[in-house]
Design a protein around this ligand. Structure first.
Ligand code: B12
Length: 274
């Protein structure tokens, strides 16, 4: 008997009943989430572009973005009205615990590749709002969080300088002298490496340098530790970074304001700051 004959003979419902599997309706699509629906644009091609990011579909994103560019749509509109809206929706689903880290990375990849297509048409990198420098603490090899931060910053229009991992405090000081960043981000995943943050602050003070804020985050790091030294603000999620940078740039906020107003600045309840 062929597999097809066997399949025809079996009543699938009995199989499900036997194994106590409840038949559910079709899975809810991400774009059907009520809050996501409010973020997504309604006009084409922006809606389709946003959906490719939401659905983590890199190849389709590139194809649709290329077609939109060929049709004469402005690359900046594609980034701001399409790609960014898709990424905002991804961030929202991640906050709600519906999307996970791999979703962020796949959507981020689709987004960055699509931004590259837009930049190729612009002929130069889209004008950046300001510069932010990102590093992983000295002695620490964990750089996934830092790479997400870079992705969100670039998607949010910032020039993001990647200092890599295992970065000594003296190198951070040199980067601040060179790039004059409006914001620094530091990531540490180990209890043994998070102590590098106050060393960076001390090295900056010794060099008579100041930045509006240093966002310090990463698996091992806790808010009370970060708030035990100056110039710092505890960073919770990578996608908060461009919002913190926007607040520094537009509203002239500094580390003291950001500590007090974190939830408002990132636009959502953050339990660590309640
Ligand atoms: C992947 C991983 C590795 C990979 C790293 C690959 C890479 N390129 O990063 C590898 C295999 C290399 C590795 C090695 C080691 N690891 Co490891 N690793 C992990 C693991 C599984 C995941 C870490 C991760 O990427 N998380 C996801 C990222 C996205 O999280 P994140 O960086 O914290 O960023 C998030 C937030 O914190 C926030 N954020 C971060 N920074 C900032 C900054 C700002 C401003 C803002 C707003 C937000 C923000 O944004 C992100 C979310 O949106 C963890 C276990 C775990 N469950 O966490 C262990 C873990 C971190 N590793 C650990 C250890 C001990 C090691 C080793 C020392 C093991 C060994 N004995 O050899 C080695 C390091 C060796 C060395 N050279 O020193 C320990 C650390 C323990 C501790 N508390 O000190 C952990 C917790 C595992 C454990 N339970 O023991 N590891």
């Amino acid at each position: 008997m062929s597999y097809k004959d066997l399949e025809d003979k079996i009543d699938q419902r009995n199989v499900y009943l036997r194994y106590n599997v409840e038949l559910e309706g079709p899975a809810i699509k991400p774009e059907e989430d009520e809050e996501v629906a409010k973020i997504l644009p309604n006009d084409e091609p922006f809606r389709s572009i946003a959906l490719t990011i939401l659905n983590e579909n890199r190849d389709e994103a590139i194809t649709i973005v290329k077609k939109a560019l060929d049709d004469g749509i402005s690359p900046l509109d594609i980034i701001n009205e399409g790609l960014m809206k898709g990424m905002d929706a991804v961030s929202l689903l991640y906050t709600k615990g519906i999307y996970f880290l791999p979703d962020l990375m796949l959507s981020g990849d689709a987004m960055m590749e699509s931004v590259k297509e837009c930049e190729a048409v612009l002929g130069h990198k889209s004008d950046s709002k300001a510069t932010v420098v990102s590093f992983v603490a000295e002695g620490d090899p964990h750089d996934i969080g830092k790479n997400l931060i870079l992705m969100f910053l670039r998607a949010g229009g910032y020039e993001a300088i990647d200092m890599g991992r295992d970065v000594p405090a003296s190198d951070v000081v040199e980067a601040v002298k060179k790039y004059h960043p409006i914001f620094l981000t530091g990531t540490a995943l180990m209890t043994t490496t998070m102590t590098a943050f106050p060393k960076v602050v001390k090295a900056l003070e010794d060099a008579d340098l100041e930045v509006p804020a240093i966002g310090c985050g990463g698996g091992a790091v806790r808010k009370d530790f970060v708030e035990s030294f100056p110039m710092s603000v505890y960073g919770v999620e990578a996608y908060h970074t461009p919002k913190l940078a926007d607040a520094i740039l537009n509203d002239k906020k500094d580390w003291k304001d950001l500590r007090k107003e974190y939830s408002d600045v990132v636009g959502g309840f953050v339990s660590e700051y309640s």
